[in-house]
Design a protein around this ligand. Structure first.
Ligand SMILES: *Cc1c(COP(=O)(O)O)cnc(C)c1O
Length: 401
């Protein structure tokens, strides 16, 4: 690996994100393959007993066993680290495994998390129902009000956890403000950057300590594999890596290879997702029967200015409220022909979902009302089809009201 001709992994300083997404992290074997090789092996051999000992003691760098190192996985980690501007990336089998590893690697029983109320459903369940059983408590607060975060901190608070924009209402959190509060209280800020990807937003630049990804979404971008990642400073990542090495929620070499290929098109894909989403959101605002559109790229979004200061565009997720509640929303969804009815997102294919009865159905009606997730709310994760065809499909749905 890493021969003298290895120009792809040469100096990446100053390269732009679209270039890093294609080039960073590539390491060639003795065969000088152009595309990255997939190393399907569970373990690695040593030249001698002494070399094995040196490898195990950490004296000699190199691969030992694929639970904790694999050259294909390492290429994915290096490429994503370059994109996020992070010292180190550790890949995981899924986004949830990455979130679990962050907490298990950095926290201990008796410590406390402050988290946004508007985070991924399984993350809420993990914090509340699983970590709660092990003595790690979580307080949920508003994603848009830093004063609530300040008020929720305790002497034992170790972690702030946020997603921006949130799902499905695209609320924007002030990452710089949250990082400052966290640091004043001796806590780390972790940002789940799944919706933006590093092409749109690099949380470390705003003072975040950790970036978390579900690579299952936009990083793959084509709905093929599960994956996850945690990124941050080298010292902080040591605990996260130790958890991976010991507990084994490892990304497979095959999935890492698929994700490397996914990253190569991330720049143009994210731009197209956002262009299509802005066009659709602008159109939806003018449709009779649509009472409200939620999209950070629209000037009507209450936090448009903050979104544009943190993100290079509005992203690919659009939510809108139809008059007539659940029945109207379901009729609209059922009348579409092209859009996929699924809660997944970050795919070339546009997906449509009714949050109140799917992703957010575990909340009580009162909790949903407090969070602003109405029965008429529909979420569209805009794909790469032609926006005119998406409008035509939704027009059919809107006509059924
Ligand atoms: C999907 C998702 C996750 C979980 O990722 P998996 O790869 O499905 O485990 C976490 N956070 C956000 C924002 C997600 O959309």
């Amino acid at each position: 690996m890493n021969g003298p001709d290895d120009r792809d992994s040469a100096d990446i300083a100053g390269l732009r994100p679209e270039t890093l997404a294609v080039r960073a992290g590539t390491r060639r074997s003795q065969f000088q393959e152009h595309s990255e090789a997939m190393f399907l092996t569970s373990s690695f051999v040593f030249g001698s007993a002494a070399e094995a000992a040196a490898r195990f003691s950490g004296e000699q760098p190199g691969n030992i066993y694929a639970r904790f190192t694999n050259p294909t996985v390492a290429m994915f980690e290096e490429r994503l680290a370059a994109l996020e501007g992070a010292e180190r990336c550790v890949a995981f089998a899924s986004g949830m495994a990455a979130i679990l590893a962050t907490v298990m690697g950095l926290m201990r029983s008796g410590e406390h998390i402050v988290a946004s109320r508007s985070i991924f459903g399984s993350t809420v369940q993990l914090f509340q129902n699983i970590l709660g059983r092990f003595g790690v408590e979580t307080t949920f607060v508003s994603p848009t009000d830093p004063a609530e975060w300040e008020a929720a901190t305790r002497p034992n608070t170790r972690l702030f956890f946020v997603e921006s924009p949130s799902n499905p209402l695209t609320e924007i959190s002030d990452l710089r403000a949250l990082a400052d509060i966290a640091h004043r209280h001796g806590a780390w800020l972790a940002v789940d950057n799944c919706f933006c990807t590093p092409i749109l937003q690099q949380p470390l630049k705003f003072g975040a300590d950790l970036v978390i990804h579900s690579a299952t979404k936009y990083l793959d971008g084509q709905g093929r594999v599960l994956g996850g990642a945690v990124l941050g400073a080298r010292a902080l990542m040591e605990g996260v890596y130790t958890f991976l090495r010991t507990a084994g929620p490892t990304l497979s070499a095959f999935n890492a290879w698929v994700l490397l290929k996914g990253l190569e098109t991330l720049g143009p894909r994210m731009r197209a997702h956002a262009d299509h989403a802005l066009e659709l959101a602008t159109w939806l605002e003018c449709q009779p029967g649509v009472s409200r559109v939620f999209y950070p790229g629209l000037p009507s979004h209450p936090q448009h200015a903050l979104a544009m200061a943190q993100q290079s565009n509005g992203g690919g997720i659009v939510a809108f409220e139809v008059a007539g509640g659940r029945d109207a929303a379901w009729r609209l969804i059922d009348a579409t022909r092209l859009l996929s009815i699924t809660a997944n997102l970050g795919d070339t294919r546009t997906t449509i979902t009714h949050p109140a009865s799917t992703t957010h159905s575990r909340m009580t009606p009162e909790q949903r009302a407090a969070a602003g997730i109405g029965d008429g709310l529909v979420r569209v994760a805009v794909g790469l089809e032609h926006p005119e065809d998406l409008k035509q499909d939704l027009r059919r749905g809107l006509a059924t009201r």
